[in-house]
Write a protein that binds this ligand. Structure first.
Ligand SMILES: C[S@@+](CC[C@H](N)C(=O)[O-])C[C@H]1O[C@@H](n2cnc3c(N)ncnc32)[C@H](O)[C@@H]1O
Length: 221
């Protein structure tokens, strides 16, 4: 699967994708991640990519030309292009699954400052938000989207981990424990130490339902 991330701050993306699970998936060639600096696509001198808003107001607006030229450089017939924006469709597990099944090439465009010139919307397939709050830039949202989608790509994580994750079948994951068996009087449930795998599996299924009812009853509706 190929991701192209268009940004004004490549080093933010670089630091994340060169660690841990995402790095391993890149090394195994399961993921191809290209970082494109939007500034390389401006036609203006001094690398200018933004300007003041027409009609007045605070902040700087990302200009159409460099953003659209950067998109056109990496876009192909299979690609889906998304702007990261607090005004977009709110990202979740279902959207991540849908995206991974719809295209093998996703282009994520990170905004900054006051956001994008509205006309850029004519050159993309959609807008994605990671939640109802405003961040200073689209880099963290792009990484959230990249990371969540990557987990659905076969080979990125172990299939067993993938099958037992929160939100599968609208349930949260069961609680997990590791050593020591007793931490300051808080004990690991006996059943997990019993060695009875059938009983453990049943207990974990029941725990999924219990924690979902307790923490996220909305998922059960
Ligand atoms: C300061 S924000 C611009 C917000 C814009 N003026 C508004 O109120 O809709 C700058 C950039 O950060 C990114 N961003 C901020 N919050 C986001 C969120 N919740 N989801 C996705 N992207 C976000 C977007 O790329 C956005 O263009």
């Amino acid at each position: 699967m190929r991701f192209d991330i268009l940004t004004l701050f490549p080093s933010i993306i670089e630091s994340y994708i060169n660690e841990s699970i995402i790095k391993r998936a890149k090394d195994k060639k399961i993921l191809e991640i290209n970082i494109i600096n939007i500034r390389d696509f401006t036609l203006l001198k001094n690398g200018q990519v933004d300007d003041t808003p027409f009609g007045g107001g605070s902040g700087m607006v990302l200009m159409c030309e460099p953003v659209v030229r950067a998109i056109e450089k990496v876009r192909d017939d299979d690609a889906l292009v998304y702007l990261l924006s607090p005004q977009g469709q709110v990202f979740n597990d279902n959207l991540a699954k849908k995206m991974v099944n719809t295209s093998k090439h996703i282009i994520l465009v990170c905004g900054h400052y006051e956001g994008f010139d509205e006309r850029i919307l004519n050159f993309v397939d959609g807008e994605i938000s990671i939640g109802d709050y405003v961040l200073t830039g689209g880099e963290l949202p792009a990484l959230v989207v990249l990371d969540a989608i990557s987990r659905f790509i076969p080979g990125v994580i172990k299939e067993e981990s993938f099958l037992n994750e929160s939100f599968k079948d609208n349930l949260l994951d069961y609680p997990v424990y590791t050593k020591p068996r007793d931490f300051r009087g808080f004990k690991v449930p006996d059943i997990l130490l019993s060695g009875d795998h059938a009983k453990i599996a049943k207990y974990r299924e029941e725990e999924k339902l219990r924690v979902t009812k307790e923490k996220r009853p909305d998922l059960l509706k």
